[in-house]
Ligand binder design. Structure first.
Ligand code: ZN
Length: 117
């Protein structure tokens, strides 16, 4: 199974980092994972939100966010539109479904023929 990352939105913040107090290191990113198997592709409904500081190399967790960061986060969140998490079947899956229908139809036909005797 493959997983692809789709970056929905990424932005540099001018806020102070709660860890190192730098004002130019924070970056918030909104990432959506897409699962891909042999049979289907599907976007995860969940969005991974990460606040990372490039100055100190720390991930800043929501418990450490200041009110200002929270406000900027809410603003940026609106710009991160998730891709819908609809199941998309691959052609091979349609092939299997069609084969299944043919198989069932054949079995039923055989059964009906048997009843005639
Ligand atoms: Zn920092």
């Amino acid at each position: 199974m493959n997983q692809t990352e789709h970056i929905l939105h990424i932005a540099r913040l001018k806020n102070n980092c709660p860890e190192c107090y730098a004002t130019d290191g924070l970056e918030i990113s909104f990432v959506q994972m897409e699962k891909e198997t042999q049979f289907y592709k599907k976007h995860e409904a969940k969005i991974d939100e990460t606040l990372f500081c490039h100055s100190c190399g720390n991930v800043i967790y929501p418990v450490n966010w200041t009110e200002d960061i929270e406000r900027v986060y809410q603003y940026n969140k609106k710009q991160a539109t998730p891709k819908n998490s609809v199941f998309r079947l691959k052609p091979i899956s349609y092939g299997i479904i069609v084969l299944g229908i043919i198989l069932v139809a054949t079995l039923m036909y055989g059964f009906i023929l048997q009843q005639d005797y």
